[in-house]
Design a binder for this molecule. Sequence first.
Ligand code: TYD
Ligand code: MG
Length: 438
Amino acid sequence: MKAPQTLFTCTNCGAQYQKWAGRCSECGKWGTVAEESTSPALAARPSTKPGKTASFVDLAAAGEIPRNKTGLAVWDEILSGGVVAGSVTLLGGEPGIGKSTLLAQLALSVASQGKTVLYVTGEESPSQVSLRLKRLSSTLPSTLLFLDETSADIVASTIAETKPALTIVDSIQSMRAPEVPGEPGNMSQVRASAGWIAETAKKSGASVILVGQVNKEGDLAGPRLLEHLVDTVIMMEGDRSHAFRLMRVTKHRFGTTDASALLSMNESGLSVVEDPSSALLADRPKQAPGTVVTCLLEGQRPILVELQALVTPAGYGTPLRRASGIDLNRLSLLLAVMGRRAGVGFGDQDVFANAVGGIEAKETAVDLAICLAAASAKLDKPLPDDLAVWGEIGLTGEIRPVARMDMRLKEAKRLGFTRFITPAECKHLKEAIALYSK
Ligand code: TYD
Ligand code: MG
């Protein structure tokens, strides 16, 4: 018989190695690769008794997936009709984006239907949570239960005992699995805690929402670590200094992953923005150089957004490139294409580009808008206010088609745009720039 092999795992990202290494070649961190221990906690779990067999499922008799409406419109809508009993959802987002706020609203909504909600807070003190809840609602339903706890096994047994309709764990990184080695928040701890809580939830039919803090690189506690453990992943993004937040479903075992919603953060928490395009264009300057409107596709939803650019003569050294809501590498590439293929160079210019409203405009369909905003800024010539543009730019300066141009066009027309530069009628960046630069 072959001896069992020792496995080394990076506690930061989960990469596995046959041999120990000082530096993880996946995530680049030093001193994070450790021998993977067979966790006594996992080994101690109840196993199926010998002789006991599983029974087969009659698929023909399997009914509809029962969904429970939470009463919080955005949550029900984005999850194709409500929370599925026994399901585990991960809500990810950077700190301060509004995850706890949204979940406090959700907890209040479900508890006010008379259902038991268990809110586990490992990150904030009960007084912080209570302050937030009082800000959101004048009364606290008696079915809203609190647990100030970081031990995953205590949380799991409380779920099994109390059988709440909904359990919220804020956050999974603050939970620890006592019998698993390592600091709370590290990979084995997060995996074990999430696994435990998810398993208990499945057994007791309780729905669980886990909050996942996202680090600067956008990873949820190590790549894909939690994603495959849960049924649904919802990501919240946006810029903390702006009111808008975008919520999108990136994985959903019980429905579509095309759903997205724009939310707005105000004094009474997060609310749904009914018409995202007009909200995002509300404060648009008129006849200003360096701005143009483009159309994003969030799931199956077209959203108009304004892109801005500022171009100024550079000082000494390498010219600056700064981007917010736009991919910086993409911006550099597009500026290079403009210089070489469209005759508008930025070699001695600092370029700042921005997607208005704190929105992430990172699909390649916004390429053309970035180029036209930069060209308009450099030439100091405003583009028409009723112009909307989209298209991907190739390395020769060609304008390439993007997905769902029909939907983007319809949305732009709905908002009153009458002029368009799109891959349907314009084939090269040079042509597009020439249209309005005379
Ligand atoms: P929070 O939900 O704690 O973010 P996360 O859990 O993702 O870290 O809070 C986000 C911000 O929202 C915080 O700075 C305070 C603000 N806020 C409001 O603007 N209005 C509100 O009604 C509440 C509850 C919070
Ligand atoms: Mg929080």
